[in-house]
Write a protein that binds this ligand. Structure first.
Ligand SMILES: CC(C)(COP(=O)(O)OP(=O)(O)OC[C@H]1O[C@@H](n2cnc3c(N)ncnc32)[C@H](O)[C@@H]1OP(=O)(O)O)[C@@H](O)C(=O)NCCC(=O)NCCS
Length: 109
């Protein structure tokens, strides 16, 4: 996990990475926007609201830093993209205009 964190932070100089035994996320805060670039819950722990708690924690930090919205992308080509999209919708994100094969989402915070 440390190597993945290093990889993420090398590619995203303004990125922030969090991980614990339940999952991890990587975000990039840029003024009013907090983009969730990576978000993962351990397979055996899914459907117990860990993802919801992690998302709400991201929103709390983003809000405290002055962000007005949290955004994320779901690639339609990714495995289980329908489930990923369902989880995004469940935490209140809305679909916004995007580009081909990528569903873009945002939530005002
Ligand atoms: C998507 C993911 C982060 C969800 O994490 P989670 O901890 O299981 O999510 P939660 O338990 O907080 O789920 C909250 C709600 O989201 C929806 N949801 C979550 N997983 C779902 C699934 N596989 N299918 C349909 N709806 C789902 C449900 O409405 C769920 O509420 P419910 O369990 O009461 O029905 C997790 O499945 C994951 O890591 N997937 C692989 C990586 C990924 O897709 N990342 C997101 C990219 S945008």
């Amino acid at each position: 996990m440390k190597m993945y964190e290093d990889y993420f932070l090398e590619r995203q100089p303004n990125g922030e990475f969090f991980h614990d035994e339940d999952g991890f996320y990587g975000v990039v805060m840029n003024g009013v926007e907090c983009f969730i670039a990576e978000f993962h819950v351990a397979k055996e722990k899914r459907r117990s609201k860990i993802g919801t708690h992690m998302f709400n924690a991201i929103c709390d930090v983003a809000r405290s830093r002055g962000c007005k919205r949290v955004t994320a992308n779901v690639s339609v080509n990714a495995k289980n993209s329908t489930e990923s999209l369902s989880a995004c919708i469940a935490v209140g994100m809305k679909v916004i205009p995007g580009s081909a094969n990528v569903i873009c989402l945002e939530k005002e915070i």
